[in-house]
Design a protein around this ligand. Sequence first.
Ligand code: KG4
Ligand code: ZN
Length: 346
Amino acid sequence: MAINKVLAIETSCDDTSVAVVDKEGWVHSVVAASQDLEHELYGGIVPEIAARNHSLALIPLIEEALSKAQCTWKDIDGIAVTNRPGLVGALIVGLVTAKALSQAKGIPFLGVNHLEGHLLAPFLKDSQYAPPEDFGYPYVGLAISGGHTSLYQIKGLGDYKVLGTTKDDAAGECFDKFAKMAGLGFPGGVRVDKLAKTGDPTKFDFPRSMLNDSSFDMSFSGLKSSGQRMIETLGPEKVQENLPDLCASFQEAIVDVLLAKLARAAKVYRSKRVILTGGVSANSRLRARAEEWAAKKGLTLVVPPIRYCTDNAAMIGYAGILRMNAGEFSEMELGPSPQALASDFK
Ligand code: KG4
Ligand code: ZN
């Protein structure tokens, strides 16, 4: 039986999200509850709090997603749910809910790899966004968020090769830690981005690790430590005075590394299409410089709108529905996994 429409659930980290998506990638609804305020008090994501908030938010969001999509359960042919990678306690909430609904409604469910969702997000469509007409496989993609920073070659559904990955911190984590040290709160990536708009990116010197090495791997822990040293050396008053320049300079170091690796991958793999995905691809400087580079090289660059770049259930629904229509379904024994499976990537 063809799976025409799925309900999708994403609870891998600190955003609870539910969507209704069809097999062409149309997003009929996507709703979310952010937990930023709850975690800001602690300066980072607290797994227990994330899980508890998912369990409070999820059922009302499912009802809202169905209602916004003008659907009832009769219109839903399957359930897609993130079961890896992520915070185990957080993943369990989505997974047990998907299993219970699958049993109660008599429809199949499928556990989806969150990273596959990010990589397929450019294919989503709604009344304001659609990928360019010439977009399709194969493409090179950079998935950048608070938990992961990796470069992939995407050849088709389920055919993802990891070209390189961060050896230590994720780029988003680096943005967030720097923001926290500079007194900007959590999550700080977006605040660094905003302040950087009026700053001078050449004012402070920050390291660009592994920039010229021949691999596609990256490293951000040296930059993070260098940020910490800079903030300690300057002291609170000077940090405050120089905040826009500090943010612009720190951001530039991350953007330089990400773009250098992406550019090299596009060249080595002779890819005409490139994507940026994950929460950090919301960064305005990264977007602007990537667009400038792609235009110069005659490449098609797709950066999905922010609602599909940050963690969202629509991307999980699309990855799930494609796989279900290829005959893949999960069993009730499926558990959550903190890591992606070795078989998820080549
Ligand atoms: O994909 P995402 O929503 O969740 C994870 O899977 O981690 O990414 C969240 C990350 C956070 O580290 C956040 O600070 C970062 O994306 N981020 C940004 C911006 N907006 C979100 N980093 C830099 N500039 C931004 N505008
Ligand atoms: Zn993510």
